[in-house]
Each structure stands twice: as structure tokens, then as C-alpha cells.
Design a protein around this ligand. Structure first.
Ligand code: HEC
Length: 362
């Protein structure tokens, strides 16, 4: 039902408009599809680059953590136990953050950021912000599905890419400092106080290890590429459409209108016959090798036939007119010769001849 109504609606349209409409619809669909694929690809690429940066940074920090707990901690554990002030260098979380802070003093890494964001941190600078609280909650709700979270987010008005992994209390050894203030070394309490970073349980996810890497550069590049490609594709489609329209106009519409105009005159007037000019104009189309040329050739034959028939008819009419003329003249002569007056005149002429001396005897 809809198909037939669309078909009849399209059927009523002029060829050029129909052509333009179809091209427009196809171009629009092509443009949107291309845009979807290109932006998917470009932003996929931007995500992959960002993920690579973030993963590299977080792996590096895990190496620092590992080095601190296996090498530094072993070396300094005795000193730590004897020391009055806490030796923070023995804590993996501390060394990781410190190494990272040093790394980002070089300008190209300034926008990188590392944090072990906890809801109950020993060091207040590790306190999770609202965004990181969200990550922590998601990890606590489903640790398996959210073992490696990542994505784009805004940080201080700049677009960044983040990767977040859960940090768990892996062994009882952690509880030496993180269970109760009473159990923790006195030096720790002296440095960090007895309020934060306690009451942790083995197996509990206590922090989200988050790294933020700059993304506005790669996202900007992706955006630029999408724009460039879409402009090139859009202009190509536009030029293609204009070219197709002009070709249709020159190759189909104009010659068809020429043929149709002549055909219309023939249809409107039963006594119409083509002029030599009209035949010449159809002949100029008939030289073409395409379908329109073929149609024009058939039409030209028809016109030539009509023209020849018209010429024959004219000759016949002229012949008939001459015949009628001579018949009429004969009739008039007969009328004259048969009239009484003429008979009278003839009789008088005869008499005169008879009276004339030397006139022929009858
Ligand atoms: C010797 C005491 C001590 C032990 C043992 C210890 N930590 Fe800590 N931990 C600290 C201190 C002190 C800090 C704060 C470091 C800083 O200033 O950044 C800290 C910080 C952290 C942080 C960063 C968040 C925060 O609280 O500021 C995490 C995560 C963490 N520890 C996990 C662990 C885990 C897991 C273990 C067991 C494998 C462990 N810790 C064992 C003392 C300890």
C-alpha cells in the first residue's frame, strides 16, 4: 500500500526532481553511514592510543610498587621498627606516587596523573574524589566485571582517559599498619595520626589504582580527521550530484523534451505535418548511439514517412485540382455553346456566309 503510493507519487514527478531526490536520499544515507564508520574508527584509534599510554603508566607504577615491597622494604624493615619517625619510603603506595610525581615534572608528562584513591586513606592526598568514589563503588559491587575500568572523563575542564584497577588488602601483613592504631607502629601514628587508614579487612577493596592520561590531543586529532574526511566525502557527493543532474539534463531531459514537443504537435493536430527544421532537429539527436538516439531514429523515420506522405498528398491534390479545373472549363464552354444565344449567333453566321458571294456552299 505504502509502496504503491510512493511509486505513484514518484511517478508524477519530473525526471530531474525524481533523480535528485533519489540521489539525495542515497547520499544522505551514505554520508551518515560513512560518518558513523569513520568516527567509530577514529575514536577507536584515539581510545587505543590513550589505553596504551594509561596501561604503560599503571604497569610502570606496579613495578615500582613491587620493587619497593620486595627490595626496599626488606632492606629498611629493621630501621623502620627502630625509627621514631616513620620511613614512608618503605610503603609501596608512597614510592609509586613519589616516582610518578617526579616523572610528571617533565613538561610532556605534566598532564599525567597517578592516584591510589581510597575511601579511607592513610594519607589524605589519596582521598577519593566523587568520580573515584564512583569507580570504587562499581568495583566493590562487581570486582570481576570491573577489574579493569577505563574510559574518557573530564578532569579540571580537560578531557582525559583513565584506567582504574582495584587494590585489595592481599595479606595479613598489611594489617600491621592498617587494622587499628594500637597495632600500628608508633612512628606511623606520629606521622599520619590515628584517624585514617585503619579498619581495613583482608580481601577488601580499599582503593582504586587510577591513572589519568591526556586525551584531548588524540581526541582532537580524531575529530580533525573525521571532519576532513567528511568534508571531502560531502563535497565529492555534492559534485557528483551536480554532475549527474547536468548530465541528465543535457543527455536525457532536453532531447526528450524536443522529441516530446514535436510528438505533442502531431498528436494535437490531425492535419499536422513536420517541417524540414523539425526533422533536422530530431536528426541531430538521432546520430547518438545511446537509447535516446535510438528512440530519435525511430521517431525520425516516422516524421520522414509523414513528410513524404504529405508531399504525395499535396501532389495528388494539385493533380485533382487541375482535373477539376479542366472539367469546369469544359462545362462552361458547353454551357456557352449550348445556349440559345450562341445557337442563334451560329445560325446568323451561317446565313451571312451563305449570302456572301463566293462563300462556301454547304
Ligand atoms: C609499615 C606500615 C604499612 C604496611 C605494612 C602497609 N602499609 Fe599501606 N600505607 C602505609 C602508609 C604510611 C601509607 C601512606 C603513604 C603515603 O604517605 O602516601 C599507606 C598507604 C597505602 C595505600 C594508599 C592509600 C592510603 O591509604 O593513603 C594503599 C592502597 C595501601 N597502603 C595498601 C596497603 C596494602 C595492600 C598493604 C599490604 C600489602 C599495605 N598497605 C601495608 C603503611 C603501611
Amino acid at each position: 500500500m505504502i509502496r504503491t503510493s510512493i511509486a505513484s507519487w514518484m511517478g508524477d514527478m519530473r525526471l530531474r526532481r525524481k533523480f535528485t531526490l533519489v540521489l539525495l536520499v542515497i547520499s544522505a544515507i551514505g554520508f551518515i553511514a560513512c560518518w558513523a564508520v569513520v568516527s567509530q574508527m577514529m575514536f577507536g584509534q584515539a581510545t587505543a592510543i590513550s589505553r596504551l599510554r594509561a596501561d604503560a603508566a599503571i604497569e610502570m607504577m606496579n613495578s615500582v610498587r613491587h620493587y619497593t615491597s620486595t627490595r626496599i622494604n626488606a632492606l629498611l624493615s629493621d630501621e623502620l621498627a627502630a625509627s621514631e619517625t616513620f620511613i614512608a619510603e618503605t610503603v609501596p603506595a608512597y614510592s609509586a606516587r613519589e616516582v610518578f610525581e617526579h616523572w610528571r615534572t617533565s613538561p610532556q608528562y605534566l598532564s599525567y596523573f597517578y592516584k591510589e584513591a581510597a575511601s579511607n586513606p592513610t594519607n589524605p592526598r589519596d582521598m577519593a574524589d566523587a568520580f573515584e568514589f564512583g569507580l570504587l563503588e562499581a568495583m566493590r559491587a562487581d570486582a570481576v566485571a570491573n577489574a579493569n575500568m577505563s574510559g574518557f572523563t573530564m578532569r579540571d575542564g580537560v578531557e582525559v582517559f583513565y584506567t582504574a584497577r582495584p587494590l585489595r588488602v592481599t595479606s595479613d601483613s598489611c594489617l600491621a599498619c592498617h587494622s587499628t592504631p594500637e597495632q600500628a607502629p608508633a612512628s606511623l601514628i606520629a606521622t599520619y595520626g590515628s584517624q585514617n587508614g585503619f579498619g581495613w579487612q583482608v580481601g577488601e577493596i580499599i582503593a582504586a589504582q587510577v591513572v589519568y592520561v591526556p586525551a584531548s590531543d588524540v581526541v582532537g586529532t580524531a575529530q580533525t580527521w573525521v571532519t576532513i574526511l567528511m568534508v571531502v566525502f560531502g563535497v565529492t557527493l555534492f559534485v557528483l550530484m551536480l554532475a549527474a543532474r547536468s548530465l541528465l539534463q543535457v543527455a536525457v531531459v532536453v532531447p526528450m523534451e524536443q522529441i516530446a514537443g514535436t510528438a505533442r504537435s502531431a498528436a494535437d493536430d490531425a492535419s499536422w505535418s513536420p517541417t524540414a527544421d523539425q526533422i533536422a532537429s530530431v536528426s541531430s539527436i538521432a546520430v547518438r548511439g545511446d537509447e535516446i538516439g535510438q528512440t530519435a531514429r525511430h521517431f525520425k523515420h516516422l516524421l520522414q514517412e509523414m513528410y513524404a506522405r504529405e508531399q504525395r498528398l499535396r501532389q495528388e491534390v494539385r493533380r485533382l485540382e487541375i482535373q477539376i479545373d479542366s472539367a469546369k472549363r469544359e462545362k462552361e464552354v458547353r454551357q456557352i455553346t449550348e445556349s440559345e444565344y450562341f445557337q442563334d449567333l451560329q445560325a446568323k453566321v451561317k446565313d451571312l456566309r451563305r449570302q456572301k458571294p463566293g462563300a462556301a456552299q454547304e
